[in-house]
Write a protein that binds this ligand. Structure first.
Ligand code: HEM
Ligand SMILES: *[C@@H]1O[C@H](CO)[C@@H](O)[C@H](O)[C@H]1NC(C)=O
Ligand SMILES: *[C@@H]1O[C@H](CO)[C@@H](O)[C@H](O)[C@H]1NC(C)=O
Ligand SMILES: *[C@@H]1O[C@H](CO)[C@@H](O)[C@H](O)[C@H]1NC(C)=O
Ligand SMILES: *[C@@H]1O[C@H](CO)[C@@H](O)[C@H](O)[C@H]1NC(C)=O
Ligand SMILES: CC(=O)N[C@H]1CO[C@H](CO)[C@@H](O)[C@@H]1O
Length: 329
């Protein structure tokens, strides 16, 4: 082989390897039952802890699902969302504005300490978030899916990255598609995972602009059902910063396919929900699930949650297994 040929095939090889490393969708070594030998009871312990908290405080199911999303979209699913401020790191992700309503950190901490009692130093906080999110959805009568595990915990958490990577509720469809695609997620993952909004609540300030001052002329959002605007105005005064409204009114603690019925009737709460009607692929999915009572939604949701759970994970010798989820070792 000539030197030139050798050089160019080495170059190709290297290019191939770095493309592989950059590919955010590659399985990256997670597998179902990663702790089979090292901590066989981990999933049972996590489920028992989650169930015991949720039976006393059912409203925590939704923020625990949301926590996994916020973890994965910032630096990958590495538990970085759990880190508390410290003198070395005064502004972790937790302190960023979109995180202000994340709740349920005590559930993660309790699950971690229960797991540590049985198998110390083995199970990552990043895996615990993924398992708790799955168990929270199941608790609300949603689907069950197998969670690949083997994530390790990151040592960096930065609030400005949370602001950069988490989509705002005002996002349009092209913004949403590019944010999901930057994380290796498809348009289908976007429309499937958006239905996480079938459970939980939102502060009025996330959609008040749609009710009171959409373009700065004291107007409303024309893409929102006027009858729904009237209902929402009864709950949210202009400038309201504290009131919570159910995102799927009537069944906000049941994980069902109502989200798609709402969005198809122009009753999605956020502009980002309404945006799903402005793209042919997402609109077709919304209308299909709305008209078939979510024929494939549960199965699709499990698949997309696994995809989301693969984002930028640390495996092998990368990162660490934290002793306490709120602090790096
Ligand atoms: C597609 C882009 C998304 C945007 C713009 C978005 C935005 C928001 C906003 C603004 C809230 C209200 C927070 C509050 O006021 O307390 C919220 C709540 C929520 N989000 Fe999303 N979200 C998105 C995707 C997701 C995904 C992918 C999931 C999970 C699969 C999810 C799950 C939830 C849940 C469960 C809640 C309710 C939290 C609670 O009850 O405290 N969201 N989201
Ligand atoms: C971490 O910070 C939260 C407030 O953000 C606080 O409630 C919690 O007690 C802290 N955790 C620990 C273990 O200090
Ligand atoms: C956080 O990220 C921002 C933007 O990437 C960077 O300027 C800043 O130095 C980072 N902060 C820390 C504490 O690493
Ligand atoms: C969508 O939002 C992005 C980011 O805010 C903006 O740059 C773009 O112009 C918007 N696109 C449309 C079609 O409104
Ligand atoms: C609506 O927004 C415009 C432009 O930001 C502002 O000048 C005006 O005061 C707002 N009106 C109300 C009723 O908040
Ligand atoms: C849990 C937590 O640290 N929440 C913070 C999120 O961000 C808001 C606003 O930046 C803070 O006030 C919260 O304390």
């Amino acid at each position: 082989m000539s030197t030139l040929k050798l050089f160019s095939s080495l170059l190709l090889l290297q290019l191939g390897a770095s493309l592989f490393l950059l590919d955010p969708t590659s399985a990256q070594g997670l597998k179902v039952g990663f702790y089979e030998k090292t901590c066989p009871s981990v999933e049972a312990i996590v489920k028992q802890t989650t169930d015991s908290f949720l039976s006393r405080a059912p409203s925590l199911a939704a923020p625990l699902l949301r926590m996994h999303f916020h973890d994965c979209f910032v630096r990958g699913c590495d538990g970085s969302v759990l880190l508390n401020s410290s003198s070395a790191n005064p502004q972790p992700e937790k302190t960023a504005f979109p995180n202000q309503s994340l709740r349920g950190f005590q559930v993660i901490d309790a699950a971690k300490s229960a797991v540590e009692k049985t198998c110390p130093g083995v199970v990552s906080c990043a895996d615990i978030i993924a398992l708790v999110a799955r168990d929270a959805v199941s608790f609300d009568k949603g689907p069950f899916w197998e969670v690949p595990t083997g994530r390790r915990d990151g040592r960096v958490s930065n609030s400005s990255e949370a602001l950069q990577f988490l989509p705002p509720p005002t996002a349009n469809i092209s913004d949403l598609k590019s944010r999901f695609s930057a994380k290796g997620l498809s348009v289908k993952d976007l429309v499937v995972l958006s239905a996480g909004h079938t459970i939980g609540t939102s502060h009025c300030f996330n959609f008040n602009n749609r009710l009171y001052n959409f373009t700065g002329k004291g107007d409303t959002d024309p893409s929102l059902d006027p009858n729904y605007i009237a209902k929402l105005k009864n709950k949210c005064r202009s400038g309201d910063t504290t009131t919570l409204v159910e995102m799927d009114p009537g069944s906000f603690r049941t994980f069902d396919s109502d989200y798609y019925t709402l969005v198809s009737k122009r009753r999605g709460l956020f502009q980002s929900d309404a945006a799903l009607l402005t793209d042919s692929e997402t609109k077709a999915y919304v209308n299909l699930q709305a008209s078939t009572h979510g024929s494939t939604f549960f199965k699709d949701f499990g698949v997309s949650m696994v995809n989301m759970g693969n984002i930028g994970v640390l495996t092998g010798a990368a990162g660490e297994i934290r002793k306490h989820c709120a602090f790096i070792n």
